[in-house]
Design a protein around this ligand. Structure first.
Ligand code: ADP
Ligand code: MG
Length: 260
């Protein structure tokens, strides 16, 4: 059985991409077959996994989705780049921006990615989708094909309003497009435990959401090493294996694997 997890938050800079990198490679370390899909036109996931110039690539997620719109046969091996740490990547790049615009004129525009992902389910144990920082058509496509959404939230400001909007969108997608969609959990990231502010925000998120949504007990600490991995092309398990952020992500992976 394959599980598809969309990592989403319409706010940028909350740790989506860093979480994808360490979630995907960590699952692979546990023997899982993992596909990581970069659904952000900025290509940050691709870059973080060592694909330094995603805009130069011939075949990316945009190519795959255009093929589906044109009713071509789906080939899930096309364009896949294999990373040393045992994950497969379908890169994304700037072409996703124009694709998102052209999606508006397409029939079943919300479920184009699902056709691709349903094929990938036959091959992989996990598919991790790094969403772009918006609730536009690409993110709706990701939510429409996912089994669950993991929501990174930065412990640096009060995110309540944006989170409510995201949870509402997830509810709408669940109702109208993808009844089996669940929330994997809210993951609090970049926690600076030296400050009371971080503690306040953490407890406010728990107070506001833990009755209705899983808030992961593990928090990702603020870590200079975590901020450096995108330039390194590797995960924290390689770059800073003994660090506290690597340990926190290992804990997250246990929890995700326990969630089934
Ligand atoms: P998003 O994908 O939501 O935009 P990123 O994963 O790119 O967020 O993270 C935003 C910025 O914060 C990046 O510069 C990243 O390197 C940094 N960052 C991510 N996680 C951590 C962390 N745990 N500690 C410190 N910096 C982090
Ligand atoms: Mg990102």
């Amino acid at each position: 059985m394959c599980k598809v997890i969309a990592v989403a938050n319409q706010k940028g800079g909350v740790g989506k991409t860093v979480t994808c990198v360490n979630l995907g490679t960590g699952l692979a370390m546990n023997g899982k077959k993992v596909l990581m899909i970069d659904a952000d036109p900025q290509g940050s996931l691709s870059i973080s996994l060592g694909i330094t110039e995603p805009d130069q690539l011939e075949y990316t997620l945009a190519t795959a989705m255009l093929g589906i719109i044109n009713e071509d046969e789906i080939d899930v091996t096309a364009g896949i780049i294999h990373h040393d740490e045992g994950v497969d990547i379908l890169p994304g790049n700037i072409e996703l921006s124009s694709l998102e615009v052209s999606l508006s004129g397409v029939i079943s525009r919300e479920t184009i990615l699902r056709e691709y992902v349903d094929k990938a389910r036959e091959i992989y144990d996990y598919v991790i989708i790094d969403c772009m920082p918006s609730l536009g058509m690409m993110t709706i496509n990701a939510l429409s094909c996912a089994d669950s959404v993991l929501i990174p939230v930065q412990a640096a400001y009060l995110p309540v309003k944006g989170l409510q909007q995201l949870i509402k969108t997830i509810g709408r997608v669940k109702k109208q497009l993808n009844p089996s969609l669940n929330i994997e959990g809210i993951l609090i990231t970049m926690v600076d435990n030296r400050t009371n502010y971080a503690k306040d925000i953490t407890s406010q998120i728990h107070d506001a959401y833990s009755a209705s949504v899983n808030v992961f007990p593990v928090e990702i600490p603020l870590s200079v090493r975590a901020a450096e991995i995108s330039a390194e092309g590797s995960s924290l398990y390689v770059y800073d294996p003994k660090g506290k952020a690597a340990n926190a992500y290992k804990e997250l992976i246990k929890e995700v694997m326990n969630n089934g």
